[in-house]
Ligand binder design. Structure first.
Ligand SMILES: Nc1ncnc2c1ncn2[C@@H]1O[C@H](COP(=O)(O)OP(=O)(O)O)[C@@H](O)[C@H]1O
Ligand SMILES: [Mg+2]
Length: 375
């Protein structure tokens, strides 16, 4: 565990970048430091690997003051990723990633083999190995930065706004990739961002800092969204707090109706029934995949015209998706009913906005959101 204990950083010009900060950063989880520009995030991160020394207080790694370790040993146990990746422009991608293993004295062959393995791990095609950084897109360079930081398999990863410079679509891909890698590798990650949505998506724990390097709140993201500590945190979280919090509640408890789901080849009699629960019937293809909503009377008349079916919005996968996704599906659907599908996309039932509303109230009453339902 990394423990930041009453740390203050005063730069020589008198700027107090971090002020009396205490944090317990859990092992094998992502802890996000978030806050407006200039609130001391980078300074805090750099104190963890001693690129910056605290003016007061101490930082402990597994109970030991980090000042008691040689700085090189400390840094080797901590991969470091920065915005724009900070790659060596005159080295190939493979050699960039192999940097630290080479410094550690690995043979060229072994270091390159490791680098190739990491390229795959971070979702880079190994055909890019011999290119130079300028020949890669921003998102690809950022992946190289992550691979380089992971090369010597350090237990700790420090990431300073690593995805801030790429466009939203690429950024989402990088975030998803980081979560996937983290599931596999279980690193202790300290991740800095100024983007609260990124913090909520990635963080197991989120530390919100305010200007002057003071801690405003340290909590799991769902708790941050439900009980912001003060108006500053509330304001920083922005609009839609309630809706966003729903991403932490699983959709497993929703009771699905199957009667309104009918296959297109079911025959007109079948198509006329099942309309008690839902005003419309969800028509599927013969594989069970949803095609759209139809009115029972139209369907019973035998005139199933696929093109006349109403769209069914965005389906959700119970157990995988959150209540937020289910609610979104219902809101997007012209019938007000969301469609539940299995992993193969086959309809497993439908659920109304009203029933989702009841599940939301029940979930709120129970209080504890499921952190894993997020994302
Ligand atoms: N080397 C330095 N000398 C003096 N002031 C600095 C130095 N580095 C950062 N600062 C100041 O410390 C504060 C926090 O900076 P920083 O940790 O970079 O914030 P953040 O990463 O949250 O944007 C800012 O006011 C910044 O101007
Ligand atoms: Mg910064």
């Amino acid at each position: 565990m990394i423990r930041i204990d009453a740390v203050t950083k005063r730069y020589p010009d008198g700027t107090v970048a971090v002020d009396g900060l205490s944090l317990e950063i859990p092992d094998r989880a992502i802890t996000v430091l978030v806050g407006p520009s200039g609130c001391g995030k980078t300074t805090t991160l750099r104190m963890i690997n001693r690129m910056v020394e605290p003016s007061e207080g101490s930082i402990l790694l597994d109970g030991q003051d980090i000042r008691q370790q040689p700085v090189n040993t400390l840094r080797r146990s901590m991969g470091y990723v920065i915005q724009n990746a900070g790659l060596f422009q005159h080295r190939t991608i493979l050699d960039n990633i192999a940097t630290v293993p080479r410094l550690l004295g690995w043979s060229k062959q072994k270091a390159r083999a490791r680098a190739a393995e990491l390229m795959e791990r971070v979702g880079l095609d190994t055909s890019l190995a011999k290119r130079y950084p300028y020949q890669l897109s921003g998102g690809q360079q950022q992946r190289v930065g992550v691979a380089r930081a992971l090369a010597a398999d350090p237990p700790v990863l420090l990431m300073d706004e690593p995805f801030s410079a790429v466009d939203p679509v690429v950024r989402k891909g990088l975030q998803d990739e980081l979560l996937r890698i983290q599931d596999e590798l279980g690193k202790t990650i300290v991740f800095v961002t100024h983007d609260i949505d990124e913090a909520v998506k990635l963080g197991t724990m989120v530390a919100v800092l305010r200007t002057g390097g003071r801690l405003a709140q340290f909590a799991p993201p769902a708790e941050l969204l439900s009980v912001p500590a003060d108006p500053f945190v509330e304001d920083f979280l922005g609009a839609d707090r309630g809706i966003r919090r729903l991403s932490f509640f699983p959709s497993t408890e929703l009771e699905l109706h199957t009667a309104p789901v009918v296959a297109i080849d079911a025959g007109t009699e079948k198509l006329a029934s099942g309309g008690e629960a839902a005003p419309c019937l969800l028509v599927t293809d013969t594989d069970g995949k949803p095609l759209g909503w139809g009115a029972p009377d139209d369907l019973a008349a035998g005139a199933i015209d696929r093109d006349r079916l109403l769209p069914f919005g965005r389906p959700f996968v119970p157990g995988k998706d959150s209540l937020r996704t289910a609610l979104d599906g219902a809101v997007l659907s012209p019938t007000g009913w969301a469609v539940a599908v299995d992993e193969e996309g086959r309809a497993v039932g439908v659920v109304s906005q009203q029933m989702i509303g009841e599940a939301i109230r029940a979930a709120h009453a129970e209080g504890r959101p499921d952190a894993k339902a997020a994302r």
